[in-house]
Design a protein around this ligand. Structure first.
Ligand code: PMP
Length: 414
């Protein structure tokens, strides 16, 4: 287990809030209560400073040049890769590939894994609670390769039906692609068990960690997953950067997803040979400043401690859920026993969009809509929900303000 995952000292989460300049803003004349971290997280000053400092004082390209600036940028680029390796506890740094985000990581795997391993009649298994990013790339792949997409159902609490999962696995299953934490319901899926079952059937497993990497300690070796992907902007880092973790033994057998500079060994017109990992999957000038910003974000999260973050958000989840259950006509969508800090809800006779709009006027930012999970909404027979989601910088005071405002808004709208 990683050192950073141990709950260490007591963290003052009220103090952590002070590190985030956006959280000192007011909206419509009211102090901002930011409850949309499942969409994107606010940034600590350390991340903003790291990016500014890089552009102001250290900017240069990576890999290509011998001058000092480029050498330094290359070192930083590789150091951050090692930090991510530690963050995920992967076996080797070259298993960490920089992408633009979760969406790009999944698309790259679908393309490359599909080309290497998926034949007509093979099956790809996803679940009913996936984000569109973990549905559509597989539909495209299946159409392309003549493969079949199968879906693990969930129950009305928002838990996967594991018996059905077991039945769906068979020798034709090539890959199981599942969210670690559902962005619309908050369900934390039992990944270790899911991975074991997939491997037992001879399939590989991809975890969409967009909603788990910011909130839970992750150990890809302990989980024994083949791919794990997440987005920088949800772990307090900048937009435009993401991670694709893959076991080296698998990535080595997969073709590049894009061609261009840096991913090659030699280029001649008749034939090009490809670079080794990770560069084989990093074509073109990469997002250098974004990598620097991501490094600062991971250092920040690690210094707080992922186990501390998990515990803090579990407390907020329990505190908010208790109070929301008391509101007449409010129904929480997603009531699994193991949940992350996400509460989706609907209110009898009130449209979620109106709730979101009225809460905004009170300085409270929540998300409304289908959360890029239309099949999940369909399961519950609703077009949309309002969703409050927490991060390490939220406090019980945020929850109190949210609940008071929500009660007011519902009274006005009903
Ligand atoms: N999967 C899940 C579970 C998500 O929550 C998100 C972001 N909402 C994504 C995938 C896509 O992430 P991105 O838009 O950063 O590529």
């Amino acid at each position: 287990m990683q050192k950073q995952n141990k709950a260490s000292s007591i963290v003052d989460f009220n103090q952590i809030r002070e590190d985030f300049p956006m959280l000192k803003k007011s909206m419509h004349g009211k102090p901002l209560v930011y409850l949309d971290s499942a969409a994107t997280a606010q940034k600590p000053q350390a991340v903003i400073d790291a990016i500014t400092n890089f552009y102001q004082n250290q900017y240069g390209t990576v890999h290509r040049a011998v001058y000092e600036l480029s050498v330094h940028a290359t070192q930083e680029y590789q150091n951050v890769r090692k930090q991510i390796q530690t963050f995920l506890n992967s076996a080797k740094p070259e298993e960490i590939i920089y992408t633009r985000g979760t969406t790009e990581s999944i698309n790259m795997i679908a393309y490359s894994f599909g080309k290497a391993f998926v034949k007509p009649g093979d099956e790809i298994l996803i679940s009913e609670m996936e984000h569109h990013s973990n549905i559509v790339p597989w539909q495209i792949l299946c159409e392309d390769r003549g493969a079949v997409l199968k879906v693990i159902p969930m129950d009305d609490k928002g838990d996967l039906v594991m018996k059905e999962y077991a039945k769906l696995l068979n020798p034709k299953t090539k890959l199981v692609a599942i969210a670690h934490v559902s962005n619309s319901l908050g369900t934390i899926n039992p990944i270790k068990e899911i991975a074991k079952m997939a491997h037992g059937a001879g399939a590989k497993i991809l975890i969409d960690g967009a909603q788990s990497a910011p909130h839970l300690p992750i150990d890809v070796q302990d989980l024994d997953v083949d791919f794990f992907v997440f987005s920088g902007h949800k772990v307090l880092g900048p937009t435009g950067i993401g991670i694709l973790y893959g076991k080296a033994s698998l990535l080595d057998q997969m073709p590049p997803a894009q061609g261009g500079g840096d991913m090659i060994e030699t280029v001649t017109f008749p034939k090009t040979t490809y670079n080794v990992l990770p560069l084989k999957f990093e074509a073109g000038t990469p997002m250098i400043a974004e990598v620097v910003g991501l490094g600062a974000a991971i250092r920040y999260m690690t210094s707080v401690g992922m186990e501390n973050i998990r515990q803090h958000e579990q407390e907020l989840l329990a505190y908010a859920t208790e109070q929301m259950k008391e509101i007449p006509g409010l129904r929480i969508i997603g009531t699994a026993d193991h949940k992350g800090g996400i509460i989706s809800f609907v209110v009898e006779g009130v449209h979620p969009l109106d709730i979101g709009t009225m809460l905004d006027l009170k300085g409270i930012a929540v998300r409304t809509g289908h959360h890029c999970a239309q099949p999940t909404m369909r399961h519950f027979g609703i077009p949309a929900t309002a969703r409050a989601s927490f991060a390490l910088y939220n406090t019980k005071d945020d929850v109190d303000r949210f609940v008071v405002a929500l009660r007011d808004v519902i009274k006005m709208l009903q």
